[in-house]
Write a protein that binds this ligand. Sequence first.
Ligand code: TTP
Ligand code: MG
Length: 401
Amino acid sequence: MHIDLDAFFVSVEQAENSELKDKPVVVGGRPERRGVVAAASYEAREFGLHAGMPLATASRLCPQAIFIEGNFTKYRQASQKFIAILADFSPFLEPVSLDEAYLDVTGFESLHGSIHQMASNIKKQVKDELGLSASVGIANSKVVAKIASELAKPDGLLEVAPGEDRSFLKPLPISRVPGIGKKTEPRLKGLGIDTIGNLSLIPLSTLKSHFGVFGEVLHRLSRGIDDRKVEPPAEAKSISRETTLAEDTRERPFLEATLCYLGERVGSELRWQDKQTRCVTLKLRYADFTTITRRHSLKEAISADQTIFLTGLRLMKRALSQEKQAVRLIGIGVSNLTGPGRQLYMLDSGAARLERLDCAIDRIRKKYGFTSIQTGRTLKLKDIFPKTESGYTLQTPSLSR
Ligand code: TTP
Ligand code: MG
């Protein structure tokens, strides 16, 4: 099965506030702000709105739409409950993103009824417990299940019987194949290929000569051949937070405060995963869109906000001393993760004290919200970013959580 929630961020808001139901709603921010649509309700999609569209364009196409900032903590909580519902049906569960997962239920029919019945039960449970609607595709392979769930949207359930893959795929436009996007689609159309059925008739050698290795993938997928297993995901290799700024800026105290805030978000996620890091990375995008990353390796694995921030700050000072342009985007990340953390408790070193401090702050924030306790450095952001219990609302809510 491939299960994907419909208009996820928006649906969470609609489930919470009945005034938003059946209306064009956008999560992403106020239309006056720079930024893009993260999620649009199906009512808003009737006006051509979609994820990734600039908010200003969205508001021009659909002035009556209701624009909401969004609250990532809320979406993550909903996601955790959604994944927990799926886990009750089978341990072969592979979450792909917050609102999307593959579930292999082969062999569990005696426990939960037919696969179709399980899919209906999942949809019902998600609706009853979370107030959200899910679309489900059932097929013999991941790729066909995913195409089926997308076709079934919204609130749909589509089963492709074994052996029916090719006849199911045949009439569909090539854009339905995952991986065929803005680049590949026109090239295929230029070759006279517009349906998946047409694509499946092209010899492998022809596809390879045009698309290299991707040609082989296209050849297989167009026939519904996909032997990837449903596998629990590998652990995160890095954690990062970044945001585009409302205006390009050179103002150091503001950049430092923002870096500090993003570093704290990274640190709290790192500790939440019970990990430590040995590498801090800074990312800057300048006014002309040139993007740089600078990294620094640490001698010891750490998880302290202060170390993450000060390392990032050093990298930023060095980068800005060599650059005259204003900054458009700022981000910080950690990689080379080890875990579990906290071995430092045994030593009463400065590092151990910092870790204890962070753990205490984490506990307070878990109970009373992220902004219930703040470092002085990030306080000056309160005049610039809207503040909620779960944190400052930055320009890119899904990335700056
Ligand atoms: P999607 O599943 O791609 O989109 P959706 O759930 O809003 O709509 P549907 O599945 O019914 O087509 O993404 C899930 C969430 O991820 C989405 O609600 C918001 C977030 N998201 C972004 O923040 N930015 C993006 O560019 C996209 C595509 C999604
Ligand atoms: Mg979705």
